[in-house]
Design a binder for this molecule. Sequence first.
Ligand SMILES: NC(=O)c1ccc[n+]([C@@H]2O[C@H](COP(=O)([O-])OP(=O)(O)OC[C@H]3O[C@@H](n4cnc5c(N)ncnc54)[C@H](O)[C@@H]3O)[C@@H](O)[C@H]2O)c1
Ligand SMILES: [Zn+2]
Ligand SMILES: [Zn+2]
Length: 345
Amino acid sequence: MKALVYNGPGQKNLEEHPKPTVQMPTDAIVKITKTTICGTDLHILKGDVATCKPGTVLGHEGVGVVDSVGPGVTVFKPGDRVLISCITACGRCDYCRKGMYSHCTTGGWILGNRIDGTQAEFVRIPYADTSLYPIPQDADEEALVMLSDILPTGFECGVLNGKVQPGSTVAIVGSGPIGLAALLTAQLYSPSEIIMIDLDDNRLAVGKRFGATATINSTDGKAAEKVMKLTAGRGVDTAIEAVGIPATFELCTDIVAPGGTVANVGVHGVKADLHLETLWSHNITITTRLVDTVSTPMLLKTVQSKRINARQLITHHFKLSEILKAYDTFGKAADTKALKVIIEA
Ligand SMILES: NC(=O)c1ccc[n+]([C@@H]2O[C@H](COP(=O)([O-])OP(=O)(O)OC[C@H]3O[C@@H](n4cnc5c(N)ncnc54)[C@H](O)[C@@H]3O)[C@@H](O)[C@H]2O)c1
Ligand SMILES: [Zn+2]
Ligand SMILES: [Zn+2]
């Protein structure tokens, strides 16, 4: 089969790769119909993710059709249309029992990282019963691809951890797919203000269209000042970090109001400063989280009922044979205005 293979930092190729087979009784083999590229795939290609070894098929998002199942799979059968979760969950270990699937002792984020991923014609899904979701009859499959990772990530790591509440004030630093997913799902809680902060005017315009009450281009280094102006000098109740660099984490700690929460979502490759000399008395909370995807069934309902318009995150379409072009387009988002690119296998 054809697959996008990581061949070491800076190197990827669309090449022939053995079709996966059932290895454990709880495995399913899924024929991919649609997949996409994540900012995290770019982190891997930069060499930031040591667990991903050369030779691995990338991708942790997608929808498809069950091709075959091991004898231990009871929920799914060949022919079923399924949504693939970026997090694999055994459903039985201590972490899974707490709903912390991201730390499943034999699963977690392994797809397109420790094991071959979804940017291929077929993928092996371990613990299929608890790592796949049935696709409802009338569902918009492309929109559901946004549920593999970005919507649960924005919601769980940003909105839930950030304790967004009716009438509260929110700032989201980073208006990429994850920041925008946080923006869409934050509105389920009716905060009074949602301020989007980014360097890219196009992405800020998208933020405005998706419901932001204000946008700030932080290129001039004055974002903190501007947030204070917008919030009568208080700062925001929730500051969501959706970039993954020290400057944006520090900006979040600069703009959080006393009693507020900094919810980190970004994947960080280097250390960031924590200014306890000013923060010690501010009664703030800082949270971190690897997405658990516990909210996927709930978010699926909000997408199905059109409470959340997930499709609007999709900007480009490619065939699997054009996946290198898709990476190029996604990697140059400032020029191409790409958010999520759909790749049809
Ligand atoms: N915690 C998790 O489980 C989890 C899951 C998925 C992704 N992530 C991480 O979330 C982060 C965001 O993902 P994404 O796909 O939206 O990434 P992205 O790269 O598409 O978006 C990041 C945005 O940040 C903006 N930005 C860059 N530098 C900035 C700065 N100094 N100030 C303000 N804005 C700046 C960029 O213009 C871009 O719009 C990444 O670090 C990704 O790896 C975390
Ligand atoms: Zn991802
Ligand atoms: Zn587990």
